[in-house]
Design a protein around this ligand. Structure first.
Ligand code: HEC
Length: 712
């Protein structure tokens, strides 16, 4: 790493890992074929391109481009828009090189677009079996590609890693990275380090064992694999993780417990970073599978390497160190959130740090050479722990937080104080910009012998009891949801400024040398703020949320800001219409690109109006309706919304055709009629009678919410 600007007064308080490159140090950007380790390590010398997921291996998401500033950001206009072919959630960070943008949409589809005009050059559709949509806990999203020596790499929702020719989109090689009989998915972007493509996976809501694998970028041959949960018999796997499991990690798991059949979790579904000087790869790992530790590992234990940052050697996968953010994880508190590397002056020492704001609500600063915990402070309200003991590195848990005997109303809930939306770091301000949120949840342990959830398997009871809450009660729940952009000072260990949003689940962040930070909102607006003060400098209506990580690039002296837009992703999907101010409809995903003086027009969106198919007549006894509700909450709510109120990402069942008769409903739910649209067939989990009880509940809810008939 270069330290070209050390000595500048502005940087006295803070030596940056990736200082911005002054004009004069710029070099000619590589072509797609020229993208390799040296090109990515020297990314600051080619700020006109965006070569890897977080732009640099340090994943700072800081663009050294500075022609868009506070003075002219108000003149940003749409340069171009490209409509993609799928309508589910958009989470991809684009890659730009050679005047070409490589971006992905839902269902793992890759597009190559002219970065100046948006014209489509090629498209690659991996043709995933859409019935696997039921295994994707959090929508069938994809967070982007990696690029290396003329090849583009994408992980697919059905667990493949595919290498494409960057020029044509033709498949160069493809390999299956998971046991496809298990509910694994891939949503994360691969990274390429030292000629190896690194890819993890997801699925720990349903029951899998997490790991990361390295493949030769040229041939697709597997180089190494590191597991983040133990072998089911605590035996060696022939993997890079064998040694540390035998020495320490196996002992942190009960010999018995649901982990042995459900995989244990620890899926690495998003964060990676790499320090070329230390030659260390950092990987963030996910929650336990099942979530509930009492079921997973009954006698307790830290359950390594759940919810951890794990440092590995990229050539071999050899273990270097780990830090576990949430020992004995039981709340779905993943530590897969974005990891940023920077050099900070703490006290009078320059420390090489890794920083993370995982779901559990604490902002961690670690020495990235040794894993030593330097600080851990709440960046959002938290009640599961009162703090982190810096001597032991362990959280000080609230005793009742583990919902053993009684339910616990936790902040945060499973969607976390920060989710996948990437944060950014500006070496100019020394601030980390976190898309933070408050989404509480009441955790209730699943009772032994309860009807299992057919797909999800968390050990946490999702079913609600009692009468349907009133509209007022439903609105009060929504009012408890909050979002913030937090400009966190990692040295002072507190926010320097915050922006409040009316909703959680706002977009990823880009920081630029023009002194700006860009962020989209769930409210369908894309904004720029002054990086030092948080003052809003620009805002544009995009209608559909721009939640992905924005990027910046330059062509012919013009700076562009790009972001993807679309409806879907985990919160809108699972929290349903009641959690949102307005509902959307499945419009096609879009790439939006802005520049100063851009004059392209955003086409009008169709306004969403549900076809109000009048509900069928109510049926079912009180007991049957209660069972129908329980089964609905356990199996259907995660996509169709609590209380059968959908956000519009998938069909609102209150106003749908299929619930009209037993036969039409069963055709969909058991017969798989819409499997190719992502509606799983529940053949292994639910009986025909149970499905009919669900229908009774759906019909009841439709009648409760149906608009009063117009006066005659
Ligand atoms: C993984 C997400 C997911 C889960 C879980 C899920 N669905 Fe669906 N469902 C879909 C999608 C996607 C569609 C079809 C596309 C659309 O309507 O947007 C759909 C469509 C349907 C339809 C057809 C509606 C019509 O147009 O008439 C019915 C009925 C249905 N689902 C019932 C259920 C029931 C009952 C459950 C629980 C047992 C359930 N779904 C669980 C995603 C899901």
């Amino acid at each position: 790493m270069k330290h070209g600007l050390i000595g500048l007064a502005a940087f006295a308080a803070l030596a940056s890992c990736n200082p911005q490159a002054p004009e004069s140090t710029r070099v000619l950007a590589p072509s797609a074929i020229g993208v390799d380790g040296a090109a990515i390590i020297n990314a600051d010398a080619t700020p006109d391109v965006w070569l890897s997921h977080g732009r640099t291996y340090s994943e700072q998401r800081f663009s050294p481009l500075e022609s868009v500033t506070g003075a002219n950001v108000g003149e940003l206009g749409l340069a171009w828009m490209s409509e993609l072919d799928t309508a589910r959630g958009m989470e991809a960070t684009p890659i730009v090189v050679d005047g070409v943008m490589y971006v992905t949409s839902a269902w793992s589809v890759v597009y190559a677009l002219d970065a100046k005009t948006g014209e489509r050059k090629w498209k690659y559709d991996p043709g995933v079996d859409k019935s696997r949509g039921g295994m994707a806990c959090c929508d069938v999203v994809n967070r982007g590609v990696a690029l290396w020596k003329g090849k583009v790499y994408v992980g697919t929702i059905d667990g493949r890693l595919v290498a494409l020719d960057a020029a044509t989109g033709e498949v160069a090689w493809e390999t299956v990275t998971v046991d496809q009989s298990k509910p694994y998915t891939i949503t994360g972007a691969p990274r390429v380090v030292k000629g190896k493509v690194l890819i993890g996976n997801g699925g720990a809501e349903l029951g899998v064992r997490g790991y990361i694998t390295a493949y030769d970028a040229e041939t697709g041959e597997q180089a190494w694999r590191f597991y983040f949960a133990p072998n089911p018999d605590k035996q060696p796997d022939g993997a890079a993780s064998d040694k540390v499991f035998a020495e320490t990690a196996n002992a942190t798991w009960d010999d018995a417990g649901a982990w042995r059949t459900d995989g244990g979790g620890g899926t690495a579904w998003d964060a990676m970073a790499y320090d070329p000087d230390l030659d260390i790869l950092y990987v963030g790992t996910g929650n336990g599978s099942p979530w509930n530790r009492t079921i997973r590992s009954p006698s307790g234990g830290d359950n390594l390497f759940l919810s951890s940052i794990v440092a590995l050697k990229p050539d071999t996968g050899d273990y270097v160190w780990h830090y576990q953010t949430t020992p004995g994880e039981t709340w779905d508190y993943t530590a897969t959130q974005h990891i940023i590397l920077a050099d900070l002056t703490i006290g009078d020492q320059v420390r090489k740090v890794a920083m993370q704001a995982p779901k559990n609500g604490f902002f961690y600063v670690l020495d990235r050479a040794t894993g030593e915990l330097l600080s851990a402070d709440m960046f959002q309200p938290v009640n599961w722990a009162t703090g982190v003991d810096l001597t032991t590195g362990r959280p000080i848990e609230t005793p009742e937080a583990r919902f053993l005997e009684t339910p616990f109303a936790a902040v945060p809930g499973p969607l976390g104080s920060h989710n996948w939306h990437p944060m950014a770091f500006s070496p100019q301000t020394g601030l980390v910009y976190i898309p933070a949120q408050v989404i509480p949840q009441i955790y209730v342990a699943e009772q032994p012998g309860a009807t299992p959830q057919a797909l999800w398997n968390t050990g946490v009871e999702f079913a609600q009891a009692g009468p349907t809450p009133t509209l007022n009660e439903r609105q009060a729940l929504r009012a408890a949801l909050k979002g913030q952009l937090v400009a966190w000072d990692p040295v002072a260990k507190k926010p320097r400024w915050v922006v409040d949003y009316p909703t959680p689940w706002n977009g990823g962040v880009l920081a630029t040398a023009g002194g700006l930070v860009f962020q989209g909102g769930l409210d369908g607006r894309f904004r720029a703020y002054d990086a030092a003060t948080g003052e809003k400098r620009w805002e544009v209506e995009t209608k559909y949320p721009t939640l992905s990580g924005p990027i910046s690039y330059e062509i012919a002296g013009e700076q562009y800001i790009a972001v993807t837009a679309g409806w879907g992703t985990a919160f809108p999907l699972t929290a349903g219409g009641d959690a949102l101010e307005t509902v959307g409809s499945p419009e096609l995903g879009r790439v939006l690109v802005f520049k100063v003086g851009g004059t392209a027009e955003l086409p009008e969106f169709e306004t969403f109006e549900a076809d109000l198919i009048p509900p069928a007549a109510r049926f079912g006894t009180e007991d049957q309706l209660a069972l129908g509700r329980t089964l609905y909450d356990r199996n259907c709510m995660v996509c169709h919304g609590p209380l059968v109120v959908s956000s519009g990402v998938v069909q609102d069942l209150r106003w749908a055709q299929a619930p009209a008769t037993k036969a039409t409903f069963a055709e969909v739910v058991l017969g798989g009629k819409y499997a190719s649209a992502g509606m799983p067939a529940f053949t292994n989990g639910l009986t025909a009678d149970e499905v009919e009880m669900i229908r009774a509940y759906v019909v009841m809810r439709a009648n409760e919410d149906a608009p009063a008939p117009a006066p005659q």
